[in-house]
Design a protein around this ligand. Structure first.
Ligand code: FMN
Length: 218
């Protein structure tokens, strides 16, 4: 698989088979991702890899947390979606609910799907990504490059993935299970595993065209 193929093949996976992913394969994903570029090569990110019993405990605590309170991410979730971001977000959300067979007026159904985020869609592995607070936005940018490297390397290795901001919604839960060094802040997570043969995984949201992405000259 070449890079272009990996870019085209990768789509967010929101239903996983229960099959365990070999530790060696998960390490291979990170071995590819560690080649990502970063500010002055500081590599201002760390990964907490949860599988097996530890992931089961994190999952149970995350579900309990969302059932009893509002998310408290270290990097606040956006509240403002001006055009064209709002339209893209809405179209993607409606497309996803359509693929799930959930009517857009079915609030309960939508909430039930939203809750599935906190079970990591039953993925057998989750990588929690942390960034060093000292580098501010630059660390977040570097983490983005690292994140995409994880997603593409996983794609090449036959693994499905879903980047999840929701995995960063309750940092205290994750910190109970990992010795997170000082000044590292939870950014997001990546659920990984083998994609289940479910309609939700066949949903391919629109990605803007090159013309839409390029700013016109004056
Ligand atoms: C930083 C980041 C956070 C995301 N958080 C979530 C999430 O919490 N739940 C979810 O289902 N998808 C999440 N996604 C996946 C996006 O919704 C998805 O990438 C987008 O709709 C485009 O679809 P595609 O990945 O299939 O191309 C996230 C993606 C990124 C990059």
């Amino acid at each position: 698989m070449d890079v272009h193929q990996a870019l085209r093949t990768r789509r967010s996976i929101r239903a996983f088979k229960p099959d365990v992913v070999d530790d060696g394969l998960l390490r291979q994903v990170l071995d590819g991702a560690r080649e990502a570029p970063s500010w002055s090569n500081t590599q201002p990110y760390l990964v907490a890899l949860a599988t097996g019993a530890r992931l089961a405990a994190v999952r149970a605590e995350m579900l309990a947390a969302i059932d009893s309170g509002a998310p408290a991410p270290e990097h606040g979730f956006p509240a403002d979606y001006p055009p064209p971001l709002k339209e893209r977000r809405q179209a993607t959300g409606y497309g996803l609910y359509g693929a799930l067979g959930i009517d857009k007026r079915d609030l309960e159904g939508r909430l039930a799907h939203f809750r599935r985020n906190y079970a990591f869609f039953d993925a057998p592995a989750v990588m929690f990504l942390y960034v060093h607070e000292a580098l501010g936005a630059w660390a977040v940018l570097d983490c983005g490059a690292f994140l995409q490297s994880i997603l593409l390397q996983a794609t090449e290795l036959g693994l499905g993935t879903c980047a999840q901001a929701t995995a960063g919604a309750f940092p205290a839960v994750v910190a109970r299970h990992f010795a997170v060094p000082e000044r590292y802040r939870l950014m997001c997570g990546v659920s990984l595993g083998y994609a289940a043969d479910e309609p939700v995984n066949r949903y391919r949201p629109a990605h803007a065209s090159v013309d839409e992405l390029v700013i016109a000259g004056r």
